[in-house]
Design a protein around this ligand. Structure first.
Ligand SMILES: [Zn+2]
Length: 421
């Protein structure tokens, strides 16, 4: 970030210095290289205003003589959470006394983590059709747009909408959702499209010389077909389309991420569809895969293809928040991945990855990191009142994380943290 600011500052100063010297003191132009474009701007804009501009000449020359900034390795931190699955108790948790809606409480306990990352991704499982269509819960969800506002407030900049619930309320709800996100041009919504052309766009995040592509698909839309005249509406996990997108992404980006909505609900290990697509992603040279949909955590793997290329896969992050009434469905994960580009070798790779287990506190409807959780909070979690959930405590959560995440789950640190380089 610092390099970028320096560069912009220098460019701004260079431009102003050209303007200044040309207007005030034409004999000192020799240290800079004015282009015809600059000269044109100067002639048209600044001829009549010589006196005001002359004053700041000296400090500008000093800055220009500074040593050029040597680029260091570029570094990007990514954070992602799983399903925001808005059952009735979740949307009612945001109704204020005056009738307004606010969902900032859902994200307040992970705010510090969000502040530390540049790419912040949330899987918005349910459609944000808004109050116009009436809010609804399982099986055909429609959620308040104020959930999206709170995601923006928390700092998320990538919102995933390719989910099996995208078509729950038909085209109108999707249209409302797209229009809602259009109010936030700084945020990239993935998974829903308004045209064939838009569906072909590869979305990227660029920080100086490091470009990262992000792709999002769902295995299906719960049997509700896409409108026949709008087959582009939701990104579906289609082998041909996915292959085409990944190859395009590989051309324009240093690092390719696929965010598939896939798998079997409540299963802790990948199913055959996940295995099939994981192989395809790996063969095509994808760098990172973070999956959602099973509503429980699944394992993490590093897969090496025949050419020796490594791909990190989080098969499922589970729920971030939901009203689901089973104890393993309130335990999800927050993925954190550090990505680095070495400007000397032009290679981009993962230096470190992490999974912080997170717990949905039902009743209150907020989500805690496991490292901030304890038996007192567990005893206050409404999930404990559900049948088969009376043993929900720190011991249960730690054992579940060990069962799913294996030996990489560090019981002391209460997370997975693996250094790759
Ligand atoms: Zn789903």
């Amino acid at each position: 970030m610092k390099n970028k600011k320096n560069k912009l500052l220098k460019e701004a100063l260079l431009i102003s210095s050209l303007i200044l010297t040309s207007c005030g003191n034409k004999s000192s132009v020799d240290y800079a290289v004015p282009t015809p474009v600059f000269e044109e701007i100067i002639d048209n804009t600044f001829e009549e205003n010589e006196t005001t501009i002359e004053v700041v000449e000296t400090p500008v020359e000093e800055v220009i003589e500074e040593e050029p900034v040597i680029p260091e390795n570029e570094h990007v931190d990514l954070l992602m959470i799983g399903d925001v699955l808005v059952h009735k108790p979740v949307y009612t948790s945001g109704i204020k006394e005056d009738g307004t809606l606010n969902y900032d409480h859902l994200f307040m306990n992970i705010q510090e983590d969000l502040n530390d990352a540049e790419i912040k991704i949330v899987n918005q499982e349910t459609i944000l059709g808004g109050s116009e269509l009436g809010f609804s819960s399982y099986p055909c969800f429609n959620s308040p747009q104020e959930i999206g506002i709170s995601e923006v407030n928390a700092g998320f900049n990538y919102i995933l909408h390719a989910t099996n619930h995208a078509m729950d309320k038909g085209f109108k709800a999707i249209d409302n959702t797209i229009n809602f996100w259009n109010n936030y041009p700084e945020i990239t919504m993935l998974g829903l499209n308004t045209s064939d052309e838009e569906q072909e766009v590869i979305h990227t995040y660029t920080q100086n010389g490091l470009t990262i592509a992000l792709l999002n698909y769902t295995y299906g839309t719960n049997g509700i077909p896409l409108p026949s005249d709008k087959p582009y509406l939701v990104n579906l996990l289609d082998e041909e389309k996915v292959t085409r997108d990944i190859l395009k992404a590989k051309e324009i980006a240093d690092f390719v991420i696929v965010l598939p909505h896939w798998g079997t609900e409540y299963r802790y290990v990948p199913d055959s569809l996940q295995e099939k697509y994981t192989k395809l992603f790996s063969d095509l040279g994808v760098d990172l895969v973070i999956g959602t949909h099973p509503h429980v955590l699944e394992n993490i793997e590093v897969i090496t293809n025949d050419e020796g290329h490594e791909m990190l896969v989080y098969y499922s992050l589970g729920n971030y928040v939901s009203g689901q009434l089973a104890k393993d469905r309130v335990v999800g994960g927050m993925a954190k991945v550090s990505i680095e580009k070495d400007y000397e070798t032009n290679e981009t790779f993962i230096t470190e990855y992490e999974l912080d287990p997170i717990i949905t506190q039902q009743g209150e409807y907020t989500t805690y990191k496991l490292e901030d959780y304890n038996d007192t909070l567990a005893s206050e979690n409404n999930i404990k009142k559900q049948s088969g959930c009376s043993n929900f405590d720190m011991n249960y959560i730690n054992n579940l994380c060990t069962e799913i995440l294996g030996e990489d789950f560090d019981k002391q640190e209460e997370k997975v943290r693996v250094k790759l380089k």
